[in-house]
Design a protein around this ligand. Structure first.
Ligand SMILES: *[C@@H]1O[C@H](CO)[C@@H](O)[C@H](O)[C@H]1NC(C)=O
Length: 182
């Protein structure tokens, strides 16, 4: 039995690489980006969110690893922008002064996050990957600060905003995993 398994495993090792290469040769473009997206999102806590972000952007089809990182940062920016708008709308829609303050602060935080992420994109273009990673984490700090402050208002926060913040956290973590490996 042990011998059978050894032979089986050796055969697998011998046969698998050429088969994979053949697969790539028959379908080189599609095969490689699907693979790259899967590889880049593999270490994320929520890979499906990471994959969804990359697939929603046509550029991911022809991107290298740095390009994939830049697309993730762009997704984060879109979320930061939406959340900044949501927060200022919530601020103007409440009469509760303490709550208004928190929403306003959150709004400013997401605007700052947006700016940090613009800088992160420039850092990626300049191949300053450590700097990009630091900026993505600074942008996350603003979100976490808001999450912490907004927490006490619980069910008074619209569901789509709560969900948007959760997505932001997941995407930020996924982006960090990708950038730290550049
Ligand atoms: C948050 O912003 C998005 C995009 O502008 C909008 O579709 C959504 O309705 C907003 N949510 C709330 C609760 O204002």
């Amino acid at each position: 039995m042990a011998t059978f398994f050894t032979v089986f495993i050796v055969l697998q090792l011998l046969l698998t690489p050429p088969l994979l290469l053949l697969g790539q040769a028959f379908n080189p473009v599609r095969g490689s980006d699907e693979t790259l997206i899967a590889i880049e999102c593999h270490n994320a806590e929520v890979p499906s969110t990471c994959i969804q972000c990359l697939k929603s952007d046509q550029r991911s089809k022809n991107s290298d690893r740095v390009g994939i990182a830049a697309i993730m940062v762009n997704c984060l920016q879109n979320h930061a922008k939406t959340l900044a708008t949501n927060m200022s709308e919530l601020a103007s829609g409440t009469a509760d002064l303490a709550m208004k303050n928190v929403f306003e602060e959150c709004g400013r935080g997401f605007s700052s996050a947006y700016k940090e992420l613009s800088s992160a994109t420039s850092s990626l273009e300049k191949r300053k990957y450590d700097e990009a990673e630091m900026l993505v984490n600074e942008a996350l700090e603003y979100e976490l600060k808001c999450h912490w402050k907004i927490g006490s208002y619980g069910d008074q926060i619209p569901k789509d905003v709560v969900y948007g913040m959760k997505l932001y956290e997941d995407l930020s973590e996924a982006t960090d995993r990708i950038v730290e490996r550049l």
